[in-house]
Design a protein around this ligand. Structure first.
Ligand code: NDP
Ligand code: GDR
Length: 336
């Protein structure tokens, strides 16, 4: 029988990589997209004819349930969330509704329609917050430090609870930061590579950042979606930490990106307190031993490779932007 997957958050970074991954494996892929006044399907534009999109929202249980009823999937990947940590202080209730309760709505829809559907929940290393030990593993106690992280802890335990209460195949991947050329430009890595490329092309001169002393365990999103799929192919459902095991200061990522472009960060980086957070997560480093042992998962792209991949993409974007701006200027000048 052909495997069929529903992906919530298919328009996001991970959703787009996961859709590609599952299509390569012969899956029938269905994506849940929310209604917006203008469609923003940029990351999956190239897949539009290979996936089926359904309008539904994690805020609306009925809409999720009817997609599950219509599609009758074998696997359900819940990637949708309000995922940007700073916004979770500005919109804590919305964050709790989507990132926390939204997961419960999805679990309920599956329990009611067919509890044999395998369920993946996008848990986060942010749940470790003010870490109580380093590196962090599946047994490390959570200490969430933002409304986003608190909502993820709720969702995480709901997933465990549905597994234990209803015998559902429900797993959480506790994923550490993973990036790519498709990362949103608000997140620090992409904010940096995007700005450095634009500085290189003379399109901007300054990069304003917040706390450069925190440390993150960064990997490549393409490697991490493979781990999600692997979790759902096991004989029994378990939770896994996914990360590289290395950690790097934001400051050092900045240096790597500027080095790649042959520029000096001191000429361009400005520290702006607007980007400090009410509570910071200072240090994250994964212990991915369980995933390596039980899933056979290994990351294929290291940090240097990731920086190169993102810089190449953003340099190309900046080249196109410069050409487009130049042509528009010439047209305007000619018409004057
Ligand atoms: P993105 O922010 O790129 O994507 C989030 C997705 O959720 C988008 O498709 C967005 O749709 C969708 N969404 C938001 N609100 C709703 C809603 N109410 N109903 C339906 N869909 C909604 O996140 P990533 O791809 O980076 O991350 C995927 C998941 O993994 C998230 O849950 C995130 O919290 C989690 N995670 C991410 C990590 C990372 O480093 N990237 C690490 C650990 C966990 P739209 O396009 O319409 O905005
Ligand atoms: P994070 O990612 O909060 O770890 O959450 P982000 O890239 O936003 O921040 C990482 C670190 O960089 C510091 N920082 C800045 N961050 C941003 N966004 N902008 C800045 O200008 C800036 N300057 C310094 C931050 O303070 C922080 O310490 C991501 C999201 O994808 C979550 O959804 C996911 O769960 C976690 O990763 C794992």
């Amino acid at each position: 029988m052909k495997s069929t997957a529903i992906i919530t958050g298919i328009t996001g970074q991970d959703g787009s990589y996961l859709a590609e991954f599952l299509l390569r494996r012969g899956y029938e892929v269905h994506g849940i997209v929310r209604h917006t006044s203008t469609e923003s399907y940029g990351r999956i534009e190239h897949l539009r004819h290979q996936v089926v999109l359904h309008k539904a929202d994690l805020l609306d249980t009925g809409s999720i349930q009817s997609v599950v009823e219509n599609v009758r999937p074998t696997e359900f990947y819940n990637l949708a969330a309000m995922s940007f940590v700073p916004v979770s202080w500005e919109q804590p209730i919305l964050t709790s509704e989507v990132t926390g309760l939204g997961v419960l709505r999805a679990l309920e829809a599956i329990r009611v329609v067919n509890p044999r559907i395998r369920f993946y929940q996008a848990s986060s290393s942010e749940m470790y917050g003010e870490v109580v030990e380093t590196p962090q593993s599946e047994t490390t106690r959570f200490y969430p430090r933002s409304p986003y992280a608190v909502a993820k802890v709720f969702a995480h335990y709901m997933t465990v609870n549905y597994r234990e209460s209803y015998n559902m195949f429900a797993c959480s991947g506790i994923l550490f930061n993973h990036e790519s050329p498709r990362r949103g430009t608000d997140f620090v890595t992409r904010k940096i590579t995007h700005a450095v490329a634009r500085i290189k092309m003379g399109l901007q001169n300054e990069l304003r950042l917040g706390n450069l002393d925190s440390m993150r365990d960064w990997g490549f999103a393409g490697d991490y979606v493979r781990a999600m799929w692997m979790m759902l192919q096991q004989e029994s459902p378990r939770d896994y930490v996914i990360g590289t095991g290395d950690t790097t200061r934001i400051r050092d990522f900045v240096q790597m990106a500027f080095d790649y472009a042959g520029l000096d960060p001191q000429d361009h980086v400005v520290i702006d307190p607007r980007f400090y957070r009410p509570a910071e997560v200072n240090l994250l480093r994964a212990n991915p031993d369980k995933a390596k042992r039980e899933l056979g998962w290994e990351p294929e792209v290291d940090l240097r490779g990731l920086v190169a991949m993102m810089m190449e993409h953003d340099l190309e974007l900046a080249r196109i932007e410069k050409l487009t701006v130049g042509r528009a200027y010439e047209r305007k000048a000619a018409a004057a």
